[in-house]
Ligand binder design. Structure first.
Ligand code: ACO
Length: 330
């Protein structure tokens, strides 16, 4: 394959979720909520919670190991690691550098990328460009988040929504006409206030006041995010299909960001895609931020659902605000 006559595709996937399960019934004991409310408003039944003494890199390492194994590559073949997360182990060093050391990926450049829940799509886009340009060959994208660590467990508006997990994929050269056929990523910083973790950065460094005022937890305007999410998922999906002259009937599987069942249902209805083509795991895991899409992708691949030549549409949205979609010929 010369430098232009090839595709860039996913040659291995992996995922990891913690063992500890927190059910809606468990949450009833923590905040004023009910299994009925959570199920009917979100579709979530339970979520996974990472142990207190473990961090995002722990899950990232586990998912990455599986992705490398399934790719058939050796560790020394990986020449770049991109970790997408809003819950890095610490501000620096990057979680990608921590994972590089844990996995002994000595030949890999490593950096973190922050695009909130759209992280995996952004990560794929960056990886695609590095491989297409000929600069790098085998890129490990890991999306890992432990939102339980920045969740206010006294706020029923948010604490019922999130869960922890990690998903990973190895990107590499594939046959021309296969792999990522089209990509759309975008952002609207004007909507940044809708989803924030206000303190802990240079604007409001950690202080007794920031802790007292709970500014290290996720703040969200759920209703506004909801409306934005439905519209942008539909627009971005249509854009990537249009770019390659496909329509919804050409799509074998849709893997959306898993934030709320009603968002996914509204977007699916507008896109006119059959519900049995939509890959879901929201009921088991809640919203795992950027990990939601790659975990669902890995499960669909390992279950044998996604087969060679299938057209798989990934679409997500998140804080920033950010959004993105990619259409992959598997
Ligand atoms: N249990 C019981 N009642 C609750 C709960 C709860 N857990 N949470 C909220 N309520 C109450 C509210 O207090 C409100 O009561 P009120 O009418 O007396 O004031 C009522 O339920 C309705 O609240 P709404 O916020 O209007 O409920 P809505 O139907 O919009 O659902 C939800 C809220 C689930 C948050 C929804 O708006 C949503 O999913 N939004 C999208 C969120 C999202 O996608 N976030 C992730 C983005 S990705 C990222 O970057 C992390």
């Amino acid at each position: 394959m010369d430098n232009t006559n090839f595709g860039v595709g996913i040659i291995g996937t992996g995922s990891y979720v913690p063992d500890k399960i927190l059910t809606n019934k468990d949450l009833e004991k923590i905040v004023d909520t009910s299994d009925e409310w959570i199920t009917s408003r979100t579709g979530i039944k339970e979520r996974r919670i990472l142990d207190k003494d473990k961090s995002t890199s722990y899950m990232a390492e586990k998912a990455a190991k599986k992705a490398i194994e399934s790719s058939g590559l050796n560790r020394e073949d990986i020449d770049m690691i991109i970790v997408t997360t809003v819950t890095p182990d610490m501000a620096f060093p990057s979680t990608a550098c921590i994972v590089q050391e844990k996995l002994g990926l000595k030949n890999a450049a490593a950096f973190d990328l922050e695009a909130a829940c759209t992280g995996f799509i952004y990560g794929l886009s960056v990886g695609y460009s590095f491989i297409k340009s000929g600069l790098y060959e085998n890129i490990l994208i890991i999306s890992a988040d432990s939102l339980s660590k920045i969740t206010d467990w006294e706020d029923r508006n948010t604490c019922v929504l999130f869960g922890d997990g990690a998903g990973a994929a190895v990107l590499s050269k594939v046959k021309d006409g296969r792999g990522l056929l089209s990509i759309d990523i975008g952002a609207d910083g004007g909507g940044g206030e809708l989803l924030t973790q206000p303190a802990g950065g240079s604007l409001k460094p950690a202080s007794i006041d920031t802790v007292k005022n709970k500014l290290h937890y996720i703040k969200m305007e759920g209703n506004s995010v909801f409306k934005f999410a439905v519209k942008i998922m539909v627009d971005s999906s249509r854009k990537v299909m249009r770019k390659v002259g496909m329509n919804i009937d050409d799509i074998n599987y849709l893997i959306p960001h898993q934030a709320n069942m009603r968002i996914i249902e509204s977007a699916s209805k507008r896109l006119k895609i059959d519900s049995d083509k939509v890959c879901l795991n929201l009921d088991k895991y809640g919203n795992m931020s950027s990990s939601s899409i790659p975990v669902a992708l890995d499960e669909a691949v390992r279950d044998g659902k996604i087969k060679e030549n299938d057209n798989v549409l990934l679409v997500g949205f998140g804080g920033g605000l950010t959004w993105g979609a990619t259409l992959i010929k598997w």
